[in-house]
Design a protein around this ligand. Structure first.
Ligand SMILES: C[S@@+](CC[C@H](N)C(=O)[O-])C[C@H]1O[C@@H](n2cnc3c(N)ncnc32)[C@H](O)[C@@H]1O
Ligand SMILES: C[S@@+](CC[C@H](N)C(=O)[O-])C[C@H]1O[C@@H](n2cnc3c(N)ncnc32)[C@H](O)[C@@H]1O
Ligand code: SF4
Length: 393
């Protein structure tokens, strides 16, 4: 995997096969975040983690069988706390287990605060060709409120560097923050668009149970935009990004056509993926069934399990065709391209209930794309869970 590697292989429209590796550590825990991330005050033994990642990959390879990888994603936590040598060893390990063609998308998440030019170049030399930066906000007051360790100047520096070093770059913003209105969000979003290359992830702030924000929210000390304002913010976001040539291809993800994240598409097209590392989940097909894997979330617990058993899986559930049909719908309706109905019918053994589908069509929540695809309208996206629940039963 050299710098001369052509980028990117064109999207075939197929679900693909992804490999996800989870780095579970962060420099500090953000008060809104319930992802599997932990702060350690002692240095993390990276070679020991690498050895465990490689062992767990062998187990996952046995479960997946031989596969051609279409994307790799190093997520977290904060993977940019890894040394470039760690990243290199992980990518080499993946290529020993599965076929990794030149030019596939290899994404790594990075925090603007843990970013260093030397590390970025090291990641690039290791084979990373897409970076996803957690910028979160473009004003210092909100960055502070979100508990971030970086300020806007750090974020802009990281964006500039990422654009220089990686062929592809995206960044995340969190909106629908306390006190935010369409009037204050719009200039921030336009500024973000001006820094974006071809991909942006825009998430509405979710108050997750068990986080410090949850406690504050419950105590009435943190007030988030109500349903109407959230919907207005969402709609404004859709319009502004579409006008700027970065339309949503999924609920929260925006890209110039052709620059969608392949890895994300694999999830939403309900493809297979191997999940490696603490708290990673995976989906591996076996004939008509799919194996849903989930590993131990605690990093040291996961490490001990892998060293003992060759994997850290705590859960292996076999999904039958009905469960797969539900998941296919749940994931596929998030996408602008919608869900492939023939695949859904093959799995569920039936058509969508005509009366329910008709009602949703008449209310403008869903639409048909020819005979073969069904998708949510922008209005339907606002009540996605209800639409899925209605169609699935
Ligand atoms: C798991 S984080 C990993 C990225 C990296 N550690 C960072 O924070 O910069 C992935 C993204 O999820 C989003 N996210 C995490 N918690 C969220 C929440 N409660 N509401 C909305 N978005 C959230 C943030 O935009 C974040 O960049
Ligand atoms: C919220 S998304 C952000 C993606 C980013 N916006 C992009 O476009 O590349 C990524 C986060 O989801 C979680 N994640 C993704 N795939 C996962 C998997 N297979 N197992 C466990 N967590 C996963 C990780 O916490 C990761 O940081
Ligand atoms: S948002 Fe990112 S940096 Fe913050 S705790 Fe979660 S994973 Fe770590």
């Amino acid at each position: 995997m050299s710098d001369a590697t052509p980028f990117l292989l064109p999207d075939t429209g197929e679900p693909g096969f992804g490999v996800y590796v989870h780095w579970p550590f962060c420099a500090a825990k953000c008060p809104y975040c319930d992802f599997n991330s932990h702060v350690r005050h002692q240095p993390v033994d990276q070679p020991r983690f690498v050895a465990a990642f490689l062992r767990e990959m062998e187990t996952m390879r046995r479960l997946s069988g031989p596969k051609t990888v279409t994307s790799i994603f190093l997520g977290g936590g904060t993977p940019s706390l890894m040394e470039p040598a760690t990243v290199s060893a992980i990518l080499e390990g993946i290529a020993r287990q599965w076929h990794v063609p030149d030019g596939i998308e290899i994404t790594m998440e990075a925090n603007p605060s843990s970013v260093e030019a030397t590390r970025f170049r090291g990641y690039r030399s290791a084979g990373v060709n897409r970076v996803s930066l957690g910028v979160q906000a473009l004003n210092d007051r909100d960055l502070k409120f979100l508990g971030r360790l970086h300020d806007v100047a750090d974020a802009l520096k990281a964006i500039r560097l990422a654009r220089e070093i990686f062929p592809r770059m995206s960044f995340d913003l969190i909106y629908a923050r306390p006190g935010q209105t369409v009037e204050t969000w719009e200039p921030e979003l336009r500024q973000a668009i001006s820094y974006a290359v071809d991909h942006l992830s825009l998430y509405q702030l979710t108050i997750e149970e068990g986080t410090p924000f949850f406690g504050l929210h419950k105590a009435g000390k943190l007030v988030v935009p109500d349903g109407d304002l959230s919907a207005d913010l969402y709609e404004a976001t859709q319009e502004i990004t579409a006008e700027a040539g970065l339309p949503a291809y999924e609920v929260s993800n925006h890209a110039r056509p052709g620059a969608e994240s392949r890895h994300n598409l694999t999830y939403w097209r309900y493809g297979d993926y191997a999940g490696i590392g603490p708290g990673a989940h995976g989906r591996l097909s076996r004939g008509r069934e799919k194996l849903a894997t989930a590993t131990e979330r605690n990093p040291e617990g996961w490490l001990a399990a892998v060293e003992r058993d060759g994997h850290g899986m705590v859960d292996q559930e076999i999904l039958g065709t009905d469960e797969q049909a539900d998941e296919l719908l749940l994931m596929g309706l998030r996408l602008r391209e919608g869900v492939d109905l023939a695949r859904w019918q093959q799995l569920s053994g039936r058509d969508p209930d005509p009366a329910r589908e008709q009602t949703l069509l008449e209310h403008g929540f869903i639409e048909r794309l020819g005979n073969s695809r069904l998708r949510c309208t922008p209005k339907g996206m606002l009540i996605l869970d209800a639409v899925v629940a209605d169609l699935a039963c």
